[in-house]
Design a protein around this ligand. Sequence first.
Ligand SMILES: [Zn+2]
Length: 304
Amino acid sequence: MWKDILLQSKQSSNLVGIFLDNCKVKVGNGHRIKFWTDKWCENLCLKDAFPLLYRVVVDKRVSLSAMMVRKEEAGEWVFQFRRALFDWEREEVIRLVNQIEAGPVIRCYLEDAIVWKALEFRSPVSKRIWVKHVPPRVQFFGWLAWKGKQKTAEFLYRIGVLPAGASVVCCLCKSGAESLIHVLLLCLVAWRVWYEMLRWWKVQGALPASVEDILEWWSGVGLTKKERMMWNAIPLLVMWSLWKHHNECLFREVVPSVDGITDLIKLKMAVWFKEVFKEHMFSVHDFVFNLERIRFSLGGGYSE
Ligand SMILES: [Zn+2]
C-alpha cells in the first residue's frame, strides 16, 4: 500500500515532507526501524533529540532489533561510541535511556509498519477519504485536497516562484484564477463533472463550495451498504480525475473535455467495483450506461 504513496511523493519532493510529517512508525519486531533516524519513540527522531550522542556514536544506521539483541545479552542498553564520553555526555545517555524505556515495546511477532496519523483521529471528513476499494494514491490526493496542499499556478505566483505576469488563468475554463478550489470545484468544467456524477446517480441537490463541505455532504444517506461503497468513491475519484486532466491540459496541451473526464471516472469505477462485487457479474457497459440495473441488483433502488 505504501509503495504507491511513496511513488507519488517521489514525483514531487514537497510531498515527501508532508508525507513524513503525517505518518508515524508503528513498532513491531524492529528489523526495519533505524534506531537513530526513524521516529519510532514517542514520535521523536533520536538523532535530533540527542545530537551530541549521535555525533559520536559509531553505528549510526543500527536497527532497533539489533539494539534489542545487545540489550538482552548485556542486560542494559549498549551504545558504541568512538571515544570515551565526557561526564555531560554520560548524563545525555541517562536521559536517552529514560526516553527509550518509556517508548514502545518490541513485538517480535509483528512486522514494523508505517501508519497515517490521520487514521488514528478519524473525523467524519477523513472517513470519506480513507475509503475502502479506492487506490491509496487517490485517497492520498483526496487528503491533500482536503488540506489544500496541492500547488497550483496561483500558489506558485503568490510565493514568487512564477514570475510576475505569468499566466495564472485556469487552463480548463480559461477564465477563473487557477486556485485548487477553482480546479476541483468552482471551475465550470469541474462543476459540470460533479453534476454529471449526480445525474448518473439520479441525485438532485446543490453542492457545497469547499472540499471539506462536499465530503461531509456526500454521506450517502438512504443508500444500501453496497451502493454506499461505490458512492463514497466518487468525490475522491472526481477530484483526482479533475486534477489529472488539469495537468494534462497544462503540460501536454490536451483539450479540456467534460465527457472525457466523466467517461473515464465511470470506467474506473466499473473496473474497481466489478472486482469488488464479483458475484454479481456486471458488465462495464451496464456500469456506465445502466447504473440503475446494477444498483437494483445490489439491493438498492431508484431514488426517483
Ligand atoms: Zn476553470
